[in-house]
Design a protein around this ligand. Structure first.
Ligand SMILES: [Zn+2]
Length: 548
């Protein structure tokens, strides 16, 4: 054994450490190093880091500034200037393709009267080359006369062009006589899961609730491939502006899904899409061929509609609407339909996601799920919206690991009129995000764009402060159901990933996960409440590539 003098020993150590650090310093080449940042990793411990190294689209290291900077040399060095970084937002409930297609329709959102709608329609129609005039976004609750419109003006102005105008919630539409004629609706008739509305004389008003509107929509020519492609590119661009890197598409036809596959393969679409199949014949056939688990496209779920919406009184309630005696809304299908799909989804290992707004729809679908799932499981079936859940029904979420997928901005939009519609008693415990979170320890957050705007910060703000974009009401609406900032951020990132079975890949910024992240101009976890909606997404990265 060699014995060193202490002087020799320490000089040896010194040399060794100089040698080691020399050969270690930035000796690992990667595609990108992001540093000088406040990185909310959204890992289990909610760790905050300062820098990360990214290679081949994935995070290879994340931690303190010095540790990362000493070891990694990025082909691209991104200095975040002390700004905050979050995982890319996951919107758990969107109609992504439809958002893109909306540009070919007349936009009636924000109108203050039916007359204003008619003006906009005339202006749009004069420059639209399409025979059909499609529109969206009107809301009679915003008008002075809060009644459904009727088709008379449209018949006068457009005797030969079919017109269909969706209400903001897409659960009611106004059609003119030409559109009704093309759909072979000659007079009022019974429609399962829908209603053809009539006036006091028994004449059709043109208002079609839920399934009745599909009689018309089914005869509208489908968009061609070019139009769809443009729509998707447009929708993707808008998402990146807002820092959204993954969207769950809540109900897509198989033609659109195949086109998404093609666009991804050709590198034309960079956003990640979790597409839910529509519960129709084509969807069933698609499901039988198995899951699609591609880099940026996942298909392993089905979307069903349990009922309509409260705004058009189509949501299925256990008891009468507070403002319409004898009326309880309707389920869109017989319970057997949902049972059959539950059995099929279970058989093929697909996730079942059902739109449920009213307490009766929630109760029936939760029961169908429960009968199929039979307690603890990891199938992650979802209830979309889960707006009015009464009695002990909420316990079925926890007992059967059913995930609630909610849209906090919907609550803010419904707030001015919902008490009149369903009464104060049922409002207590409606839009109950915190209670739903308590069931399984997570809640998936989304916007339902284009029914609402796509800005994730509004979701964050509405979740935490329970106020609309104007900051009303001052004290927040039913604050007992508010989420903390951390919960809201998790709901928009990692919990969204869990809802899509993708938590191993994304939803947090951790080693091995994809580098989907955003840089913001201020820290939404820290700033004053009044600053949140003014915060800006400065850049968006998907798979380590800057897309905004
Ligand atoms: Zn939706």
């Amino acid at each position: 054994m060699t014995i060193y003098s202490s002087w020799q020993f320490y000089s040896y150590l010194l040399l060794l450490s100089i040698f080691l650090s020399a050969c270690n310093y930035q000796d690992t080449q990667v595609d990108m190093v992001v540093h000088n940042a406040v990185i909310y990793t959204v890992d289990d411990a909610f760790t905050v880091a300062e820098a990360m190294a990214i290679d081949s689209g994935r995070i290879v290291a994340i931690g303190p500034e010095r540790e990362i900077m000493n070891k990694y040399k990025g082909e691209q060095m991104v200095d975040a200037g002390s700004r905050p970084i979050y995982p890319g937002f996951i919107d758990s409930h969107t109609h992504f393709v439809e958002h893109g297609l909306y540009e070919n329709q007349v936009d009636l959102t924000g109108t203050k009267s039916w007359e204003e709608c008619v003006e906009r329609i005339q202006e749009f129609a004069s420059s639209s080359p399409s025979l059909w005039i499609e529109g969206h976004g009107w809301d009679q609750n915003d008008w002075e006369i809060q009644q459904f419109p009727a088709k008379d003006a449209l018949d006068r102005l457009f005797p030969d062009r079919p017109v269909i105008l969706d209400r903001i919630d897409k659960h009611a539409s106004l059609a003119n006589s030409k559109a009704l004629e093309l759909a072979l609706i000659e007079g009022p008739k019974r429609v399962i899961g829908g209603e053809i509305m009539v006036d006091d004389e028994g004449e059709m008003t043109g208002m079609l609730i839920d399934k009745a509107a599909y009689l018309v929509k089914d005869v509208i020519p489908a968009p061609d491939e070019d139009l769809l492609k443009r729509a998707m590119s447009r929708a993707q661009e808008d998402c990146f502006e807002y820092g959204i890197t993954t969207v769950a598409e809540a109900g897509l036809d198989t033609t659109s899904i195949r086109l998404i596959q093609k666009m991804h393969a050709e590198g034309e679409l960079l956003i990640r899409i979790y597409a839910m199949l529509l519960a129709d014949d084509a969807g069933r056939e698609f499901m039988k061929r198995g899951k699609v688990l591609e880099d940026r496209l996942t298909v392993r779920s089905v979307k069903l509609y349990g009922d309509g919406a409260l705004g058009s009184r189509g949501a299925a309630l256990k008891h009468d609407y507070h403002d319409k005696e004898g009326h309880r809304g309707a389920l869109l299908h017989q319970p057997i339909f949902f049972k059959q799909w539950a059995a099929l989804c279970d058989l093929y290992g697909f996730q079942m996601n059902t739109h449920c707004i009213g307490d009766r729809a929630n109760q029936i679908i939760l029961s169908v799920y429960q009968d199929q799932l039979k307690g603890t499981n990891d199938k992650r079936w979802r209830i979309e919206h889960a707006q009015v859940v009464t009695g002990n029904d909420i316990a079925m979420f926890g007992r059967n690991n059913i995930l609630p997928s909610v849209q906090p901005v919907h609550a803010m939009s419904d707030m001015p009129w919902v008490e009149e519609r369903i009464g104060a008693e049922r409002v207590d415990g409606a839009y109950a995000n915190a209670s739903l979170l308590g069931e399984n320890g997570l809640v998936l957050l989304g916007t339902d764009f284009p029914i609402e705007g796509m800005d994730p910060l509004q979701t964050f703000y509405a979740s935490v402060f329970r106020k609309n974009a104007q900051g009303e009401p001052e004290e927040g609406w039913h604050m007992e159901e508010s989420l903390t900032r951390e919960q809201a951020l998790r709901g928009m990132t990692i919990w969204g990933a869990i809802g899509n079975f993708e938590e191993e890949q994304k939803g947090s910024l951790e080693v091995g996960k994809v580098a989907d992240f955003i840089i913001m101009d201020r820290d939404i976890m820290q700033v004053e409440e009044s600053e949140i909606l003014d915060s800006q997404v400065l850049s968006t990265f998907v798979h380590g590539v800057k897309v905004k």
